[in-house]
Design a protein around this ligand. Structure first.
Ligand code: 5AD
Length: 349
């Protein structure tokens, strides 16, 4: 089958074999990419119209007990200036974000043991009580089943945990020995079975990534059927072991985002900050390739500069309100509007 036939097959069957994904990834032409983009855009338009959901990210701590080789807030980065936000700081962020129109709060952080389950429950319950009309998304890393269950019962609805790579050897090349591929995958299974709208995803162009590992990622996502996918280019951070590696390709990222939309028609698919950081028009290109979410940062400005997973992170505006205006303008330039709603996942099957 030629590549465009494979794209049609993906649209019909929502899955391809690993070999077929590998063919698409290794041999796609600009015409194939345009075809995938057009197909993906039509699917997104059919389900979401010209509306883009926006979510407010609150990066509440950049302490992290992990030492992932790619990440700027890894524990061994002694030059990272660390901060933690109190419950009051977090609630202030939510209040601002709510006024700006946000109806989803994404609590994102390093894996910081200071925030025990008890503290997290206090935070989740307080947000849920103050904003019962809003969704709470957690992006706080690997925990045990019972913690995830307790957070869910306290009012958290969604969880983002990128799988990073679906190939064990590759996982081990990106993470130190203390971290386990099996545990990460188990976390994703737990999250989904508890009832979270669950997001997985990977960095495109991460060191040691190959056509085969990427094909495995696509195959894994087609099988796991996450409700959300977070996928952006790898960007090196100068104080990490991967500082000398090249950043990922924007072109390939856009192509794969299109394939994700075609594969999982109603998936919540953000045009990521990393995409916007490599290319000022990256987020627009993402939306035109089928993305339907953008996630502006609503953390205080001083903290945002400290939450650097990679170099040259895009920060527009003085605060989340200004950033939202900038993004709103960008979206309007391509015929889209930001949509003020909780924006839960829905299934068409
Ligand atoms: N470049 C791009 N993305 C990164 N992430 C972490 N470090 C980098 C980097 N250097 C991504 C990981 C993580 C998410 C929060 O950010 O995929 O899961």
């Amino acid at each position: 089958m030629n590549n465009q036939e494979l794209i049609d097959k993906l649209k019909e069957e929502h899955i391809l074999s690993r070999e077929e994904f590998a063919q698409l990834i290794s041999t796609y032409t600009p015409e194939d990419k345009a075809y995938a983009q057009e197909t993906a855009q039509k699917i997104a338009q059919k389900h979401f119209g010209s509306r883009i959901f926006f979510r407010g990210i609150i990066e509440f701590t950049n302490f992290c007990k992990n030492d992932c080789y790619y990440c700027g807030i890894r524990k061994s980065n002694s030059e990272c200036s660390r901060y933690r936000m109190s419950l009051e700081d977090i609630l202030n962020c939510c209040a601002n974000a709510y006024d700006w129109g946000f109806r989803t709060f994404v609590l994102q952080s390093g894996e910081d043991p200071y925030y025990t389950d008890e503290k997290m429950l206090e935070i989740i319950k307080a947000i849920h009580a103050a904003y019962p009309d809003c969704a709470i998304t957690l992006s706080i890393g690997e925990k045990e089943h019972d913690s995830y269950q307790a957070f869910f019962e306290a009012g958290a609805n969604r969880y983002l945990l990128r799988h990073e790579t679906a190939t064990k050897e590759h996982y081990n090349a990106l993470h130190p020995a203390e971290m386990s591929f099996e545990h990460r995958m188990k976390c994703l299974e737990d999250l989904k079975s508890i009832g979270y709208q669950t997001g997985c995803g990977a960095m495109i162009g991460a060191p040691f990534q190959t056509v085969q590992t990427l094909a495995e990622d696509m195959y894994y996502m087609a099988s796991f059927k996450p409700q959300m996918i977070g996928m952006g280019p790898f960007i090196p951070h100068h104080q990490t072991p991967f500082s000398q590696y090249a950043h990922g390709s924007v072109d390939l990222t856009i192509f794969l985002l299109s394939l994700c939309r075609i594969m999982l028609p109603t998936v919540l698919l953000p045009a990521t900050t990393a995409l916007g950081s490599l290319d000022t028009d990256g987020r627009k290109a993402g939306v035109l390739a089928g993305c339907n979410v953008i996630m502006p940062n609503v953390s205080p400005f001083t903290n945002r500069k400290k939450y650097t997973l990679y170099d040259n992170k895009a920060i527009s505006g003085e605060d989340g309100g200004e950033e939202l205006q900038v993004l709103q303008k960008h979206m309007e330039e391509i015929g889209y509007t930001l949509y003020c709603a909780k924006g839960d996942y829905f299934s068409i099957s």
